[in-house]
Design a protein around this ligand. Structure first.
Ligand SMILES: [Cu+2]
Length: 571
């Protein structure tokens, strides 16, 4: 009898654990719900200190969700700091082995690599249950406890791991973000929902056009299809039968319709295929707001538009990838009015939106993106309704109405400095068996002249060596038949040429599309970027890669070492 009771008690304990402590599960709002804002964690007296736990759970439908939970149970909070503020995060890894179906398909090089010590700074473990943080877009050092993703790896049995760094005093004000960056496992964690916004405050100090505006953070994520076997909606035109691309996702069919590679969510409200029931936003009629939109998708491109009565509205772009459009200091308070905004995975757009008239319900949509013959299908779809209503609640934050002006940058505008050299890199893909179109694909980014090789997380040998204090031009070519998104850690770059044509952008980016190659093209599509290694925080060893995470996990990543200006000496 006593033994039976013991068993019952043990069972009860197990059940309690499985049912989760309240606030410790990756809860998701229902389809069609009103969009809420992520909670704000704001710095006070120059410091923001917070506990962040990464958690996952396998759902009844077999999908795996990931989320960050702060000390108060908030999901994936906004981290809000001013330039110069100190951020201290205590990252606890609460990951459990996910459903095998959620694991990456071909992770031949993403094997278990036991560290030599229990030190998360030296671990280098790249496993399904290891994690770390990358602070996308910030020019902070690539060292442990700051923004190193090569060796830093926190395991579930580790004590909370401390991230501690200052937002640089000259970091452009805008939208940045945090997400895990474990090679081979970035996709599964980010696709599951592991991401959040980091806002460097003061955009209204850079551009007076946004002073006094209410602001809203919208995070668009992708996730595996909730209804993978459903036929397309009856309201859609009939499209060619869906095939799979090289990554095993629904392939681009070139029509703008059909089954998407992934579902999307907006602030975690799912908008699932095939009918895309939109999430809901309310705005006061005619009110201007600043929308800060992050594409935290693992593989999905966005092309955002706002429609009133099916008519595209003007969106006033003021910042891209965290950098105000007037970053050069040469163009005044620039607002770039557009009726659609392309956003590759990893990129951010900050723009002015005007609320619909009273009684009108507008629509936030993503238009189709042509990802190339072997790219994913990113069809047209609704994301959220925008209802004009006198009773609409104001967003939580409003930008200062009469801000002091941001000081001009101390360094010369990147467009005016000559590069010390030009390098050529290219994206390419290769079937493991050239005679079998269904064999696995290998993904490369290669310095022209070298032999393509998959990224090796443990080699430590840089593909590129540069010197701090210098400027370089990089030409990035795409020799594959799908779109890729080039991203580099620790710095922003200036886009100088797109498809061989000069562009004149007064701002910087950290992620850029490189269009796909097609038969009979006379040259590989390319972009020319001016890379800025002047900031001492760019010293160190870090990565550049495609921001489609299945490409990054699959090997499309390279290593750069930036050496200190005072020659020869190790940092
Ligand atoms: Cu790619």
């Amino acid at each position: 009898m006593a033994q039976k009771q013991l068993v019952l008690i043990a069972l009860a304990t197990v059940v309690l654990h499985a049912a989760e402590v309240p606030g410790k599960t990756c809860l998701r709002p229902a389809v069609g719900s009103a969009i809420t804002e992520p909670e704000d964690l704001r710095s006070r007296n120059g410091v923001l200190e917070a506990n962040l736990t990464i958690h996952n759970s396998t759902e009844a439908d077999g999908s795996t969700r990931y989320c960050y939970i702060d000390g108060n149970g908030n999901l994936s909070p906004n981290l809000r700091l001013k330039p110069g503020d100190l951020l201290i995060l205590h990252l606890k890894n609460d990951l459990t082995e996910a459903d095998p179906k959620g694991a990456p398909a071909n992770h031949m090089h993403a094997h278990m690599h036991a560290g030599k010590s229990g030190d998360p700074c030296m671990s280098g473990a790249m496993t399904a249950t290891s994690t770390n943080l990358h602070f996308h877009g910030l020019t902070i050092p690539a060292v442990c406890h700051q923004d190193d993703v090569l060796k830093t790896s926190v395991s579930p049995h580790d004590a909370p791991f401390e991230y501690r760094f200052r937002i640089p005093a000259d970091e452009p004000p805008g939208l940045y973000w945090y997400h895990p960056h474990i090679h081979g496992f970035s996709k599964v964690q980010v696709l599951g929902g592991a991401s959040g916004a980091l806002i460097v405050e003061g955009i209204e100090r850079a551009n007076k056009e946004v002073a006094g505006l209410p602001e809203r953070v919208l995070i668009i994520r992708d996730q595996d299809l909730l209804n993978p076997n459903a036929p397309p909606s009856k309201s859609e035109p009939v499209v060619p039968k869906m095939l799979l691309d090289r990554d095993g996702d629904a392939a681009n069919n070139g029509t703008g319709f059909g089954k998407p590679a992934k579902d999307l969510s907006i602030n975690f409200v799912p908008v699932p295929y095939p009918d895309y029931p939109p999430a809901a936003i309310e705005m006061k009629p005619g009110e201007r707001q600043l929308w800060r939109v992050l594409n935290a998708s693992a593989i999905t491109y966005l092309n955002l538009a706002v429609l009133f009565n099916r008519k595209p509205q003007q969106l006033g772009l003021v910042a891209l990838d965290g950098v105000p459009l007037n970053q050069s200091g040469l163009v005044g308070d620039l607002v770039d009015w557009q009726d659609h905004l392309g956003v590759p995975p990893g990129a951010r757009v900050e723009f002015i939106v005007q609320g619909p008239p009273s009684g009108v319900t507008g629509l936030l949509v993503t238009r189709t993106v042509d990802t190339g013959p072997s790219g994913e299908n990113d069809p047209n779809r609704a994301l959220a309704t925008i209802k004009g209503s006198e009773n609409a609640a104001e967003p939580r934050s409003t930008l200062a109405a009469t801000p002091d002006r941001l000081a001009p940058r101390a360094v010369e505008w990147l467009g005016k400095v000559l590069p010390v050299r030009t390098r050529r890199l290219y994206f390419s893909e290769k079937l493991t068996d050239p005679n079998n179109p269904n064999s696995a694909t290998e993904f490369y980014i290669t310095v022209d002249g070298k032999t393509p090789a998959l990224f090796d997380a443990h080699s430590g040998v840089p593909d590129i060596v540069a010197k701090q204090g210098t400027i370089e031009d990089w030409i990035i070519e795409n020799r594959s038949t799908e779109l890729h998104a080039f991203h580099i850690h620790q710095l922003h770059f200036l886009l100088l040429e797109y498809l061989g044509k000069p562009v004149n952008e007064p701002f910087l980016r950290d992620t850029v599309n490189v269009p796909y190659y097609k038969d009979k093209m006379l040259a590989y599509p390319s972009v020319r970027l001016r890379m800025d290694f002047r900031d001492p925080n760019t010293i160190g060893t870090y990565v550049y890669h495609c921001h489609l995470l299945e490409h990054e996990d699959g090997g499309m990543m390279g290593l750069i070492r930036v050496e200190p200006a005072d020659a020869g000496k190790a940092p």
